[in-house]
Structure formats: structure tokens, C-alpha cells
Design a protein around this ligand. Structure first.
Ligand SMILES: O=P(O)(O)OC[C@H]1O[C@](O)(CO)[C@@H](O)[C@@H]1O
Length: 937
């Protein structure tokens, strides 16, 4: 059968197919084109795969199999699918390749466009694909970028077939041709065979005209004096450019340099015309086939254009016709100021961008299919946002995609944040990885832990909050110790834990990344002494376990005191990001929790947030964009509304968000444990996040969310199908916080304002050790059991409180800093006062128990957004508790912390008032509540 397409071969031009798709391959489409039209090759690119895989359901059975077969990430899924298709195409073309002795019969696959700026990464990926696909008639496509050209030389020298893509400019083509020659020469110099290597230089044609003609049309429309001359160049420049490239090729193959390689059997690098479908409907649809026919070249043609050529193409060796005319076209373009060099340079950048966008679309489509397949195995997220916020989030996600944020974040590119040392603090990204936690060792440790009735974890902030969530949400398994978290210097709180345990049958975790935090150190000495007294001198160590970063003071103490175990943290993970590392997993194991399956469930989320998942399809990025854009829109009070079983996650989220983002006068102020109210109670500074565990009652938050949503408040709903999905939220929120930090423009891994309060405390405690004195200042008022400390007096207690609350402004917030025992009763008393203030003033309210919050939200209260108005509550430590070997008691330490905290708040210009309770704390709180109500009335 005759075929006009096949006849191109008689003129020395090979025809390749610029298309690939699974069913087309498996149903014999390619084989038919080979047989009927003499097609001798196939090219693919990210856009082709996007069209093939990203739409419809042809690949779904494979995707299901891949996802179910090992919960793989989307990049892996894509590659498996692409590799399968490329192998099939290569095998279909193999007879052609064999028949032509390797002169043709190739199929091309492109390295990831994300690597276009890195020579080393391009080389590594090309080699990986070459080895994985393992076909002699494979070509690896490398972009003709600055970084791509040196890769061509190295890959050619290594014996790979290379197709250099995205060539527009003659100069780049010359550099690429040179790289091929140099690569072959390097091989020849090493005595290696050069006869089995093929290469093509893919010149993109129509895109040049599209750009130039747009400029021409604009100038003509604007009444350019040269309108006629400009119009005459429409649809001509790209072809002229290609003709000159071909002239260069003809020169090159006659050069001595080439001839000596040819004598060794080397094959010339053929020119391949790509982008040959006509984009401008006013030009002939076979323009870029008809005009580019020449010996030893290739035209890679999309199916529709091939059909058109088959129907009405013209067969003539046009490439060498009227070369002078081509020179004249380019000279005329130059005279008319059409900037071909600028346009071709921009086209390379654009081309990489387009392929990256296609890859993103494809990976996003796979991510969506994967998420649908995983169903409830992955926690859901639904957001209902007011229009402008939704628009800002969408714009951000698209910008983040175009700027490669996901990949840059995973690669530790600090320019996403402040360009500081952020890249050194990303160890948590790997924390969910299988090999990071020694599961066998943890299982052995869990078996040892069974002999204890209770476990007490001594640690602050990130060194305890994660473990507390795990204990509260997952609970201990039968036969394993009950976990008590002690993150306080409050004597009452310490006494409560002490009373709840049998010191001789309790395991103690001393948990501190830095190993130098004051509270766990004091608590360690207190409990060590207690156990020594119960178990006998020299025997306490076996009940103690340290979790700390290598080389810390705590590690040394643990060795000296004969601790049973020392678990080493990862110094590239900051405290608040450490829950999926030993800081959360070791206590989890002690509670009999199956850490392996917790991490396996978590990994589904990690993979959903992987670098190759574009931001819009990436659950962590989506949440981060919502938080970051909400902050930018003034909605910086992230109000946490968990369902009953998830309540403990609030404190962990508070630290993560506040300490990470609350600095330089910006960031999130998390609002936890504030009872949910009616829409009228809220201003427009909120973002509500509801976390719901399947099986929990919808309850208060759930029921009121709809009303809030209706009132135009932004509401995010996160759903967990099971308790073991809690790890997914740890990871999602860590990533979201890092993303929000990038949007807000701060370093989410430091805590610059925490240190100040620590220093003040230390000074006060040290002074006390020397003098036995702690000067709490003189109250401006005593009223019943309450003493008021303020900058100035203002009448009675209610009046003082009224003046205090009058400082609250829209967008500000009221804070309770309670240096009292953390208990349900106290929490409820604070909650009642919070509601009074919120409903009276329409401001957000926060509350923290001291010193616990100092290691958490304290950062944002001091360094974050202004507008905080703080009421500090202290009380007499009665009974107090002594600290072994120290003059200062726990009560003294706690009071020093309260005073140090206030000093720093005052220094930072925050509004403050301290109320000290004499005698019974509960009664004092009741009295205070009455005064607060009166003050707000
Ligand atoms: O684990 P460490 O070093 O004892 O620190 C405990 C907590 O204290 C802080 O450093 C704040 O003081 C937190 O960032 C941290 O999570």
C-alpha cells in the first residue's frame, strides 16, 4: 500500500510519532503505523503522558494495583506507568531497530522537567531511566538548557542514546552538536565503541512562529510603519531558522572532526523537527512537514498532523530549497527588530515550564486517583472559606506549584523562608520513613516496659506534648504502664502525679532534646531521689530512660546515673516537630502501642505530601496555604475545635503553630479549649478548624459549625476514620506549618522570644539560691483572697479588671497565664471567664498553664502579633515541694517563672495584670470569675 507518509522515507526523512498511549500501543495502533506508514520511532514528553494518563480511566487498573500493592507515592506510580508504555513501544519498534542495524527504531522518554537546571540530577535520572527501562532502542530526552548541554556530553560518553529536546536557537544547537561530538571523542579516546550510539537534536519549530507572529500581529495592529514587511514574515521565521540549522548539520558532517569519528562507525546526530503541528489556523495544517523535508532528518508528527499529511501533504526535498531566502527572512526579522535570540531563549524557559506544568497536572491527577482509592485510609480535609480567602488560597497554591515549592521544601531550600538555616531543620520530613525508627529495638523496650505499672514523662513542649496526644488518643494497651505527663514546676501538679504512682514500680522518661531544659532537670532530680529512697541507693537508674539529642548534658547524666536506656534524637528535628521521632515513639512503645502500624498509617499521609505531589493535591500544602493566607487576611486566631476523643491534640497544635509562626510581630495565635459560641461572638479574625474522629458524637463544635459557616466564617473540617490516623495529622500539620511559615515570611524552626523569659527566670532562681529572697513586688490592691499587681492602681478589683479589658481592641486577644495546677476544674474555671470576655468584647481568648505554655504559645504571646492583653494568675505554693540539693523549692521556681514571664511581656509592650490568689486556688478562681463578670457588665 502506498502512503504519502511512508514516501517521506524515500526522500531520506524518517517519520516518528509524537504520541503515546496505553490502548493505542496494546491494540496495535503503533504496529499499524510502522507497517503502513513506515513510522520508525516514537517520542514522548510530559505533556503526552499527561494527556494519556491524566485523563480518563485507561490506566486505573494499573494505578489500583500499584497503590494497593505497596501504598506508593505518585511519582513512583507515574514512573511505573510510563516505563511500561515506553518498554512496550520500544519492543514494538525493536524489529525496525534490528532491521536497520540500530540506525532507527527508537523511542524517547524525557527526564523530569524539574531537573532541567541541574546537570548532575539530569545525568543521574537519565542513567536511572536507562538502566530501568533497559532497551537498546531507548533514547533519553535531555532539555537543551544551560545545565542540559554538559549532561549530553557526559551521557554520550557513557554510551547512552540522547535526544536533546527544547532546541530553538541555532547557537544552542551548535553547542549540543559539539557536546555530542565531544562525548563520542571521549569514548573513542577510552577505546570504547562509538558505533551503537544514536542521538537526535530536537528542534522545536511551530512555537517560534507562534511567538514571532504574535509580536508581528501586535505591531501591525498598533499601526507599525513596517506593517507590510512584518506581515510578510508571518509563518516564515521558524522554517528559515530550521533550514539554517540543517545547513550547519551538513557542514558538520563533512568536517574532518566528524569524518574521523564516522570512520570508527559513529552515527551522526540527526536533526529532528518537533512541534510540527500548525498552531495558527490561518496557516496550512501541514506547513511544518511540507517545508522541512530533508535527508537524514526526522519529523516527529502528532497523529492529527500525520493524518493531514497522509491526505494532502507535498513530497519534495524542501529543506535545502532557497537557503538564501531563509537567510533573507532572518536578516529581515533582525532589521525589523524581531528579537529572535530573546524569543528563543524565552521559549526554552517556557518549554521547561510547560512540561513542568504538564507533569504537575499529571501527578496531581494521579494523586487524586490515589486519594480516592485510599478513601478513609487517608484523613479527609474539607474547607469552606469566604470567597476572597478561597481565591487567595487558590492563587497561592497555583503560584506554589509554578515556583516548585513542594520540591523545594523537601530539598531544604531555605529561600522559601528567610534564607537562613531552615534547611538544617527538616529532619522531620523523614521521620515517618521506615528506617528512621528501630522498630525491633522499640519492641524489645516495650517488653521491658511491661514490668512497670506507671510511666511518668518529664519534659516540656515538644518533648512531651506529642506523647501526651498519643496517650490521650490511642491509650495504653492492656498490661502496659499508664503514662503521666509532667510538664510543670507546679508543686500541686507534681504532688498529684507523685500520689498517683508507686515510685518503685514506675518508669521515668526524662525527655529533652537540648538536655538542658530546667524543668525536666529539676523533676529528674526530684523523682530520682524519690525512687532511690524507695528502691535503695544506686538502684534508681534502672527505672529511668533518657530521650535526648546526642552529646547533651542529659545524656551524660543518664550515663553517670546508670539509666536503663538512652534514646538518641535527631538533631535536625526541632522539638515541636519531633513527635514521629523517638520523642513520641519511645513513650508510645512503652504504652504498648504498635508503633510499626502507627507509622505505616502515617506514611500514607507522608506520601500524599511528597515532593512530587503538586500543592493543590497535597493535603499538607492545602492546609498550610489556608493557614498562611488566613493570617495574611487578618484571620490569625486559629481556633481548634476537636471532637471529644481528639481533645489532647489541641495543646500539641498550639505549640507547633505558635512557636513556629508567632514571631516578628506576625503569625498564628492558636486558640484551644475555648468553648464554641454563636456566630455573634466572633469577629473576622478567626479560622476555625474542626478535627473529628469517626464515632465521636458530633457534639457542640460539630453542631455549631454550620452556623459559623453560614455566617461567612472560614471553617476547615478534618476527619479521621480511626485513632491510629493521628500520626497523619502530626505530619500534615507539620508540613502545613512549614508552608504557612513560608507564606507569612518567617523562619518556622526557631523560637527567638522564648529565651528571654528563660533568662529572666534563671536570674531570679540563681539570686534566690544565693540570697533566699524572691521579691514579688507590692500589690496595688488586696481584695479578699486576691492581690492585684499592675502598673497603676484603678480602684477596686472590678475596676482594675475593667481597665485591663478595655485595652482589648478588635483583632486583639485576651490571655490567661495561669501559674497553677493544671486540672479539669481549673481549666473549666478559665473557660468560663474566657467565654465572658469573648462574648462581651468579641475577641479571641487563650489560656495556658505556667510554666507549660512558656515552652509553647509563650513564643507567640511575646513575639507574635500584637494586641494580646494578659491576665497572669499566681498562687501561694502551699504545700510546696523541695528540690533535692537546692535552696529553691518548686514553688519558688514557678513564681520566678511567672515573674520573669511578666517582665518580658512588659518589656515587649504587652498589656499585663497579675492576680495572686492567697489560700485555696479554687476559691480564688471563683472570686476572680465574679470580678471578671462585674468588670465586663
Ligand atoms: O526538648 P527541650 O530541649 O527540653 O525543649 C523543650 C521545649 O522548650 C522549648 O525549647 C521552648 O522553651 C521548645 O521549643 C521545646 O519543645
Amino acid at each position: 500500500m502506498t502512503s504519502r507518509v511512508r514516501d517521506l522515507g524515500t526522500l531520506g526523512q524518517a517519520v516518528w510519532l509524537d504520541f503515546l498511549e496505553r490502548s493505542f500501543l496494546t491494540e496495535g495502533g503503533l504496529a499499524r503505523l510502522i507497517a503502513q506508514d513506515g513510522v520508525t520511532g516514537v517520542t514522548s514528553n510530559p505533556s503526552i503522558f499527561e494527556k494519556a494518563i491524566g485523563h480518563g480511566d485507561a490506566y486505573d487498573p494499573d494505578i489500583i494495583q500499584l497503590v494497593e500493592g505497596g501504598a506508593r507515592g505518585v511519582g513512583d506510580v507515574y514512573e511505573e506507568l510510563a516505563v511500561t508504555d515506553i518498554r512496550t513501544a520500544a519492543d514494538t519498534l525493536r524489529p525496525v531497530y534490528d532491521q536497520l542495524g540500530g540506525a532507527d527504531g527508537y523511542v524517547s522518554i524525557e527526564v523530569s522537567p524539574y531537573l532541567a537546571d541541574s546537570t548532575a540530577d539530569t545525568i543521574a535520572e537519565a542513567r536511572r531511566l536507562w538502566t530501568e527501562i533497559d532497551r537498546p532502542n531507548l533514547m533519553i530526552k535531555v532539555p537543551g538548557t544551560k545545565a542540559g548541554v554538559p549532561a549530553v556530553r557526559r551521557l554520550t560518553a557513557a554510551g547512552l542514546n540522547v535526544n536533546i529536546t527544547l532546541l530553538f536557537a541555532l547557537d544552542t544547537y551548535k553547542a549540543v552538536a559539539e557536546a555530542y561530538l565531544a562525548g563520542l571523542e571521549a569514548r573513542a579516546a577510552g577505546g570504547e565503541d562509538v558505533s551503537r550510539i544514536a542521538s537526535v537534536a530536537s528542534f522545536f519549530v511551530s512555537r517560534i512562529d507562534t511567538r514571532i507572529d504574535t509580536v508581528i500581529d501586535a505591531r501591525v495592529k498598533a499601526g507599525d510603519a513596517e506593517a507590510e514587511a512584518l506581515r510578510a514574515l508571518r509563518g516564515k521565521v521558524a522554517i528559515a531558522n530550521a533550514k539554517l540549522a540543517y545547513q550547519y548539520y551538513l557542514e558538520l558532517i563533512t568536517s574532518d572532526r566528524w569524518q574521523s569519528l564516522a570512520a570508527r562507525g559513529a552515527r551522526p546526530q540527526r536533526l529532528l523537527w518537533a512541534s510540527t503541528s500548525t498552531k495558527d489556523a490561518s496557516l496550512p495544517d501541514v506547513l511544518y512537514i511540507d517545508a522541512l523535508v530533508g535527508r537524514d532528518t526526522i519529523n516527529t508528527i502528532p497523529p492529527k498532523t500525520m493524518d493531514a499529511f497522509r491526505d494532502h501533504g507535498t513530497l519534495a526535498e524542501t529543506l535545502v530549497e532557497d537557503v538564501d531566502g531563509a537567510c533573507r527572512v532572518l536578516a529581515e526579522a533582525d532589521r525589523l527588530g524581531l528579537d529572535l535570540a530573546g524569543i528563543t531563549a524565552a521559549l526554552v524557559v517556557d518549554g521547561v515550564g510547560q512540561f513542568a506544568a504538564a507533569s504537575d497536572a499529571l501527578l496531581g491527577a494521579i494523586a487524586e486517583k490515589r486519594a480516592a482509592l485510599l478513601g478513609e485510609r487517608i484523613n479527609g480535609l474539607r474547607a469552606s472559606l469566604p470567597g476572597p480567602l478561597q481565591d487567595a488560597v487558590d492563587t497561592r497554591l497555583e503560584a506554589a506549584r509554578a515556583e516548585g515549592w513542594s520540591r523545594r521544601l523537601w530539598h531544604g531550600d531555605a529561600s522559601l523562608w528567610t534564607g537562613g538555616d531552615e534547611g538544617a531543620w527538616l529532619g522531620w520530613l523523614q521521620a515517618g520513613a521506615v528506617d528512621r525508627i528501630d522498630l525491633e529495638d522499640l519492641a524489645a523496650f516495650a517488653a521491658e516496659a511491661r514490668s512497670f505499672k506507671d510511666a511518668v514523662l518529664l519534659g516540656m513542649g515538644g518533648s512531651s506534648l506529642g506523647a501526651e496526644v498519643i496517650a490521650g488518643v490511642l491509650g495504653r494497651a492492656e498490661g502496659y504502664p499508664r503514662l503521666h505527663v509532667l510538664d510543670s514546676s507546679d508543686p500541686g501538679q507534681i504532688a498529684t502525679v507523685t500520689a498517683a504512682i508507686d515510685p518503685g514500680r514506675t518508669l521515668f522518661f526524662v525527655s529533652s532534646k537540648s538536655g538542658s531544659t530546667m524543668e525536666p532537670d529539676l523533676l529528674r532530680s526530684y523523682f530520682f531521689d524519690l525512687v532511690e529512697r524507695a528502691a535503695g541507693t544506686g538502684r534508681a537508674g534502672r527505672q529511668f530512660v533518657a530521650i535526648t539529642d546526642p552529646g547533651s548534658a542529659l545524656e551524660r547524666t543518664a550515663r553517670t546515673d546508670g539509666f536503663a536506656r538512652v534514646f538518641a534524637g535527631d538533631p535536625s528535628i526541632g522539638g515541636r516537630y519531633s513527635v514521629l521521632s523517638v520523642f513520641g515513639m519511645v513513650p508510645a512503645a512503652a504504652m504498648g502501642i504498635d508503633v510499626g502500624s502507627l507509622l505505616a498509617a502515617t506514611r500514607l499521609m507522608v506520601q500524599s505530601c511528597a515532593p512530587d505531589v503538586p500543592p493543590k493535591a497535597n493535603p499538607g500544602f492545602r492546609l498550610g496555604a489556608i493557614i498562611g493566607e488566613a493570617v495574611k487576611a487578618g484571620r490569625n486566631k486559629l481556633t481548634i475545635l476537636p471532637s471529644a476523643s481528639l481533645k489532647p491534640i489541641g495543646a500539641w497544635l498550639e505549640q507547633l503553630l505558635a512557636e513556629s509562626t508567632g514571631k516578628q510581630g506576625r503569625g498564628v495565635v492558636p486558640v484551644d479549649l475555648e468553648p464554641v459560641g454563636d456566630p455573634a461572638a466572633y469577629d473576622d479574625d478567626r479560622l476555625f478548624v474542626h478535627l473529628h474522629l469517626a464515632g465521636d458524637q458530633v457534639g457542640e463544635p460539630g453542631a455549631r459549625l454550620a452556623a459559623l459557616e453560614k455566617a461567612g466564617q472560614p471553617v476547615v473540617r478534618i476527619t479521621l476514620a480511626g485513632r491510629d490516623r493521628i500520626g497523619q495529622e502530626f505530619f500534615r500539620w507539620e508540613l502545613a506549618t512549614a508552608v504557612a511559615g513560608a507564606i507569612i515570611g518567617i523562619d518556622p524552626f526557631d523560637q527567638p522570644d522564648v529565651e528571654a523569659a528563660k533568662l529572666k527566670t534563671r536570674t531570679l532562681v540563681d539570686a534566690y539560691e544565693r540570697t533566699g529572697l524572691l521579691e514579688p513586688g507590692a500589690p496595688v490592691l488586696r481584695e479578699g483572697a486576691l492581690s492585684f499587681f499592675a502598673e497603676r492602681s484603678a480602684g477596686d478589683g472590678a475596676a482594675l479588671l475593667r481597665t485591663h479589658f478595655e485595652a482589648l481592641r478588635p483583632g486583639g486577644y485576651a490571655g490567661f497565664l495561669a501559674y497553677i495546677e493544671r486540672s479539669d476544674v481549673h481549666e473549666a474555671a478559665l473557660a468560663r471567664m474566657r467565654v465572658l470576655i469573648r462574648d462581651a468584647r468579641r475577641v479571641a481568648t487563650v489560656a495556658g498553664f505556667g510554666p507549660r505554655f512558656l515552652h509553647s504559645t509563650g513564643q507567640a504571646y511575646k513575639g507574635g502579633p500584637p494586641g494580646g492583653v494578659f491576665l497572669e494568675i499566681t498562687r501561694d505554693a502551699d504545700p510546696d515541694l523541695a528540690i533535692p540539693g537546692r535552696r529553691a523549692s518548686f514553688g519558688t521556681v514557678q513564681m520566678s517563672q511567672a515573674l520573669g514571664d511578666l517582665e518580658v511581656l512588659a518589656e515587649r509592650g504587652r498589656r499585663w495584670l497579675r492576680v495572686h490568689i492567697d489560700g485555696d486556688t479554687q476559691a480564688g478562681l471563683v472570686a476572680l470569675e465574679r470580678l471578671v463578670a462585674a468588670a465586663l457588665a
